[in-house]
Design a binder for this molecule. Structure first.
Ligand code: T4K
Length: 370
């Protein structure tokens, strides 16, 4: 097989027809209202609440700032239990709040926090748990809820991969105290850069909205040292347009995931994560695990793809606990994180996005199978 002429990336944003976006742009130009809770911002918050099945949602300029503000909203301090198997922003958000991350290992089926190991990591300084629905597969939310209630802890979900994910028809975003989404260009739903916090009551929504706007409650009152994390009107308009195509795009992603599963089901040494009964998945990522029984290593496969102009990604390698900023923490010791350490060396995310050609999916599988 010859190398592809155009590169195939792990993901590509969906671009709606430009003419349709131009209509929104014209509206913004004419109104001269560019940011600070404009009409598209208000409309997008409402439409997202409806689409996602959540009560309150506050838009942000990106997911990282949303995570930082989420922790600040609940005045989290001390130590927070979290996963090392995520994008580095998850732990950075703790760092920016002067909170000590305490890493707990992941479970081997879906690579989410291993709930059986959380309690052993709780100390008198623990104030919260920050799990991640990795690749959009829901964490064991009920068990996490029980632990949190027992020990009086708050739960903030990093749900950046879990846009539109439901479990028995209920949004996973309704779990815990707060959930945070990312609308980065590489996500299922994107606003170029963007994000959101989901909360369950009006008072919390108000505090979040103050915090993302410098702490202003009104023209002359600052209630807290807030930050500027507002989404602007161009981003919000792009989001409104994306929403119109979302269901169609989710179907396309599922078709791609199913095709990978079909083509790789008998490949020795490759294992995959299957859909969970009762869960509507996001298909933001398609991870495979390249085990020691596969003929070459994960890294060799990753390099081989590059020769064909195919750019898979090793999300999430290295583990967050392995970055120098965090590696000195006692919970970063690999002996504390055996499953995460092993999975990070074997996982590879294959390309998946709505405009990915099915023939390209077959070619990618052929490279793996040949
Ligand atoms: N929590 C979790 C669990 C997260 O996964 C993330 C972000 C966050 C928190 C923080 O949310 P944000 O603050 O980002 O909203 C990417 C994204 O930048 C990042 O948003 C994402 N997670 C992470 C998993 O992936 P990189 O460094 O791998 O991105 P990059 O630029 O290498 O892009 C990947 C591929 O996507 C490229 O090879 C090509 C394609 N691409 C990318 C961009 C930016 C495009 O085709 N068009 C584009 O505009 O981090």
């Amino acid at each position: 097989m010859l190398a592809k002429k155009d590169p195939i990336y792990v993901t590509q944003p969906f671009m709606p027809p430009l003419e349709e976006f131009n209509e929104y742009l014209k509206d913004i130009w004419d109104s001269r209202w560019l940011t600070n809770n404009g009409k598209f911002h208000i409309q997008l918050e409402q439409e997202l609440c409806d689409y996602l099945g959540v009560k309150h949602l506050s838009l942000f300029s990106n997911g990282t700032l949303a995570l930082i503000v989420a922790l600040n909203t609940l005045r989290i301090t001390g130590e927070v239990i979290t996963t090392p198997f995520s994008f580095v922003a998850t732990t950075h958000a703790l760092h920016w709040n002067s909170i000590k991350p305490v890493f707990v290992d992941i479970e081997p089926d879906y690579f989410n926090l291993d709930v059986s190991k959380i309690e052993a990591a709780i100390t008198p300084k623990t104030t919260a748990i920050m799990p991640v629905h990795v690749y959009g597969n829901p964490c064991y939310t009920e068990k996490i809820d029980t632990i949190a209630k027992t020990y009086g802890l708050r739960v903030i979900y990093d749900a950046c991969h879990a846009f539109g994910v439901t479990q028995n028809e209920n949004s996973v975003l309704n779990s815990g105290d707060l959930s945070v989404l990312s609308f980065h260009a590489t996500k299922v739903f994107n606003t170029f850069e963007g994000g959101a916090i989901i909360c369950h009551d009006e008072g919390t929504k108000k505090r979040i909205d103050f915090l993302k706007n410098f702490g202003f409650a009104d023209e002359v009152t600052v209630v807290s040292p807030g930050i500027n994390a507002k989404m602007n009107e161009i981003q919000a308009a792009f989001g409104l347009l994306q929403l119109k195509y979302l269901d169609e795009n989710r179907i396309k992603r599922k078709i791609i995931a199913d095709l990978y599963r079909e083509q790789l089901k008998n490949t020795p040494g490759i294992s995959m994560l299957y859909d969970i009964p009762g869960v509507k998945h996001s298909y933001n990522y398609f991870p495979i695990v390249v085990t020691k029984d596969y003929k070459i290593s994960r890294d060799k496969l990753y390099e081989t793809f590059k020769e064909y102009n195919i750019f898979s990604r090793r999300y999430f390698y290295p583990l967050i606990s392995e970055f120098s900023t965090y590696s000195a923490l006692s919970s970063s010791n690999p002996d504390n994180l055996p499953v995460a350490t092993s999975i990070a060396k074997q996982v590879l995310c294959l390309p998946i996005y709505p405009s990915l050609d099915l023939q390209d999916v077959k070619d990618i599988c052929e490279i793996i199978n040949s």
